[in-house]
Design a protein around this ligand. Structure first.
Ligand SMILES: *[C@@H]1O[C@H](CO)[C@@H](O)[C@H](O)[C@H]1NC(C)=O
Ligand SMILES: *[C@@H]1O[C@H](CO)[C@@H](O)[C@H](O)[C@H]1NC(C)=O
Ligand SMILES: *[C@@H]1O[C@H](CO)[C@@H](O)[C@H](O)[C@H]1NC(C)=O
Ligand SMILES: *[C@@H]1O[C@H](CO)[C@@H](O)[C@H](O)[C@H]1NC(C)=O
Length: 367
């Protein structure tokens, strides 16, 4: 009885979802009418066995009617409210230890993205492989799902650590009309930040390895070379799971959002932040992993942001709403009415309350 209304609501919401047909060779492009490209970040769903999996850290009165299906319902509601052009899942999409069948869990976790026909991309966290499938096989399944723009690893790269390192190019509007529509105006980088250290003398979580940094530098450099002709073309954003050690460089005085727990990055610094700052194109980094931190702070011209915990089976804070982050990139409108390069990138979060309240609107980057 208790589960029934939510199943019906989830079904009804999926019927209302906007229907944009996509295929795998399709290019990601800015919206012709609005000049926007909207990205929904979903961090730490921790999906397990659907209606059988209870919620963590909700108020006592919420507990009896709360399961993974609440995560599904929240995702449907956010898709409906924000109409993203891309949905990015930043890892711990499923919670391995509690899943009976990881494939079934993934299919259920990503189902709202699949049924909405919206392109989506995912990276791995540290819990996705803690069931019966290896990181490689988890990523292979994600790559093969409908409307998934995820890749196992970059084509033509023989040696790279991890699974799910790739980049996506977002082109301007109207193929062929101008330079901005022929090139990537927004470069999205996805990386596997690992799970746990395998080096006995280094405790704790994994990190972004030199092979991945090398690929990032090569890719960013190639994209910047291509867009040299037009200033502003080729602004970048990076998505991965585990926050960089630099996230510890903030306190309440210099962030938007909250820091309610420690920064669980790797215990060593592998230098990826320096690579990002050096490349110059990446203006925003979006991670998950620490569910009750949802802040965004700026360091050396780069915004370091958390998505904020999305999933109900993930630890959280009772009475503190689950949330998702939206990034909106906007193109400049030229005098002749055509769209140019990226003019600004903004972000906000939405809470899973009755009104899907929008909070913490801020600028990530502006020309
Ligand atoms: C979970 O979903 C059920 C059914 O739709 C709803 O009654 C309940 O309030 C939701 N719980 C939370 C914490 O949102
Ligand atoms: C864009 O590419 C098309 C071919 O796809 C070409 O005809 C056109 O000249 C290009 N425009 C610019 C401004 O580079
Ligand atoms: C944030 O403010 C604290 C002092 O309150 C300072 O120590 C820290 O360096 C600042 N961080 C950045 C990135 O500006
Ligand atoms: C939702 O909006 C209504 C009307 O503006 C308001 O009365 C109510 O307090 C809001 N609820 C939440 C949870 O913010």
């Amino acid at each position: 009885m208790a589960r029934l209304p939510s199943i019906i609501t989830v079904f009804l919401l999926s019927l209302f979802s906007i229907s944009i047909p996509v295929n795998r060779t399709q290019q990601l492009r800015f919206n012709k009418k609005t000049g926007e490209f909207r990205i929904l970040q979903v961090a730490d769903m921790h999906y397990a066995d659907g209606s059988k999996t209870p919620c963590e850290n909700v108020l006592p009165q919420q507990l009896p009617h709360c399961s993974d299906l609440n995560t599904t319902l929240f995702l449907h509601r956010m898709i409906h409210a924000d109409k993203p052009d891309l949905i990015v899942f930043t890892g711990d999409n499923i919670y391995g230890p509690d899943t009976t069948d990881p494939v079934a869990s993934m299919n259920a976790a990503f189902a709202p993205a699949v049924s909405s026909n919206i392109p989506w991309a995912a990276v791995l966290g540290n819990h996705d492989q803690e069931s019966t499938l290896s990181r490689e096989h988890v990523m292979r399944h994600i790559v093969g799902m409908k409307h998934s723009f995820s890749q196992l690893n970059p084509p033509g790269v023989d040696v790279i650590d991890g699974f799910g390192n790739y980049n996506l190019e977002v082109h301007g509007v109207d193929k062929g009309s101008n330079h901005e529509s022929n090139e990537s105006v927004l470069n999205l980088y996805f990386l596997d930040s690992g799970d746990y250290s395998t080096v006995p003398s280094i405790p704790g979580y994994g990190w972004i390895k030199p092979s991945q940094q090398f690929w990032f530098q090569q890719t960013s450099s190639k994209l910047r070379e291509k867009s040299k002709a037009a200033p502003g073309v080729g602004i970048g954003l990076a998505y991965f799971h585990i926050p960089l050690p630099e996230y510890s460089g903030f306190d309440a005085s210099n962030v938007t959002g909250v820091k309610q727990e420690g920064i669980s990055s790797a215990s060593i610094n592998s230098g990826f932040f320096s690579a990002l700052v050096e490349s110059g194109d990446v203006k925003g980094v979006f991670t998950g992993h620490d569910h009750i931190n949802d802040f965004c702070g700026e360091m050396m011209g780069v915004k370091l942001c958390y998505g904020g915990g999305f999933g109900y089976h993930a630890y959280g804070k009772a009475g503190w709403s689950r949330r998702g982050r939206v990034v909106v990139a906007s193109l400049e409108k030229k005098l002749d009415g055509s769209w140019g390069a990226v003019k600004s990138i903004e972000t906000y979060k939405r809470l899973d309350d009755d009104n899907l309240t929008v909070i913490d609107k801020q600028v990530v980057w502006s020309s």
